[in-house]
Design a protein around this ligand. Structure first.
Ligand code: NI
Length: 203
């Protein structure tokens, strides 16, 4: 029999106010990770992330207080041209379980972020340029690798979700906090030296 009889489901994404977003998530045992239920949850989370146009999604965002997040980026050249953003390399869809992050030293890098649990808002968030990511993949195999740039930003955002931390907590101040839709309407009034949120990301 197949691992799963039905296609992945788009799950409801909880929004700020749901206690799971402010509760540290618990670790998963390797036995639990191997269950059809957890494997189905991973499939559903990937489906939910893509459906919501996100690049990452953490289990607490679907109300599951587990140390688990998924991420992945599809290259979208059209979007990049429209928004004047630099081309973004695709990142394969993957899951990370029981993650640990060790930031590399150096200056923090600012860029726009959004969150699927805080729809519509974008803000400038400082993050480490590179981190060492450890944990397990969905098959229970160890992950230990360096991630940098956009991928490092996604991983730091999703890791925060497992500890009850959201991107607003990481903003140095709230001056840049912006509704993406509102900013879109004022593109032509903006000084080119202060670019607003482009495609940004939501995770
Ligand atoms: Ni988020």
């Amino acid at each position: 029999m197949s691992r799963r009889a039905v296609a992945p489901t788009v799950l409801p994404i909880v929004r700020l106010g749901h206690p799971a977003l402010r509760t540290p998530a618990r670790t998963l045992s390797t036995a639990e990770l191997a269950t059809p239920e957890t494997q189905a949850l991973i499939d559903d989370m990937l489906e939910t992330m893509v459906d919501a146009d996100g690049v990452g999604l953490a289990a607490p965002q679907v109300g599951e207080e587990l140390q688990l997040f998924v991420y992945g980026v599809e290259a979208d050249p059209e979007d990049d041209i429209e928004n004047g953003a630099e081309g973004r390399a695709a990142i394969p869809q993957q899951a990370v379980i029981n993650p640990m992050l060790d930031p590399e030293g150096g200056e923090l890098v600012y860029d726009w972020e959004g969150c699927l649990s805080i729809p519509g808002l974008r803000g400038l968030v400082p993050r480490h340029q590179a981190v060492r990511l450890r944990g397990l993949d969905r098959a229970g195999r160890p992950i230990d690798r360096r991630v940098e740039g956009f991928e490092a930003r996604i991983v730091q955002h999703e890791f925060d979700h497992l500890n009850g931390v959201i991107f607003l907590d990481r903003m140095r101040d709230l001056q840049s906090l912006t509704y993406a839709e509102e900013a879109e309407e004022h593109l032509d009034e903006r000084d080119a030296s202060t670019p607003g949120p482009g495609p940004g990301f939501a995770g």
